[in-house]
Design a protein around this ligand. Structure first.
Ligand SMILES: Nc1[nH]c(=O)nc2c1ncn2[C@H]1C[C@H](O)[C@@H](COP(=O)(O)OP(=O)(O)OP(=O)(O)O)O1
Length: 157
């Protein structure tokens, strides 16, 4: 088993969250946070900020970026574990814009499109939205079916 470290950033307003419709690549045709692979020359926080900027146009400073989750994903038949570090910020600069990869859109919290998101999101978003920190593990069969999972709140990372 080897690991790939990835980031996922969810920008919040009091009653809304910014999601992006992924137009290509892994998880395409789903609404998701912004993120991607951590490169060799950068920290996980630096990668989170860079991927957010590249995919949405928004800029967040390191001081405003808060880690809220850490999730390991395993896919049946794939020896690579995805270690996804989930961050949030309520402070950002810039205007979001559509990129080749993502179409950003604000969603009211009661209108989050879980039926068009990764199946795990429905399980951990409530923790994230209520300000809790969490750690999870999800075993997927294909991209839609969760065979097994664990999800726990944690005090800090
Ligand atoms: N089950 C899951 N639930 C979820 O909410 N986000 C997931 C997820 N599995 C992966 N992600 C996130 C992590 C990361 O932000 C993104 C995938 O990373 P990337 O955008 O780098 O993938 P790509 O294959 O598009 O890479 P590039 O071609 O390098 O852009 O999806």
């Amino acid at each position: 088993m080897s690991r790939k470290v990835l980031t996922l950033v969810l920008i919040r307003k009091p009653n809304e969250v910014l999601l992006g419709y992924k137009k290509r690549g892994f998880g395409s045709n789903k609404w998701n946070g912004f993120g991607g692979k951590v490169e060799d020359n950068e920290s996980i926080c630096e990668a989170a900020i860079r991927e957010l900027r590249e995919e949405s146009g928004l800029v967040v400073s390191p001081a405003n970026l808060q880690q809220v989750g850490m999730i390991n994903f395993e896919f049946v038949g794939d020896p690579i574990i995805l270690e996804v570090h989930v961050f949030t910020s309520a402070m950002y600069e810039g205007q979001h814009f559509e990129t080749e990869e993502m179409m950003p859109k604000w969603f009211k919290l009661q209108d989050i499109p879980f039926h068009e998101m990764w199946a795990d999101d429905r399980l951990w978003f409530p923790l994230f939205l209520s300000g809790k920190k969490f750690q999870g593990y999800f075993l997927f069969q294909g991209h839609d079916v969760i065979l097994k999972h664990t999800l726990n709140t944690v005090e800090h990372f």
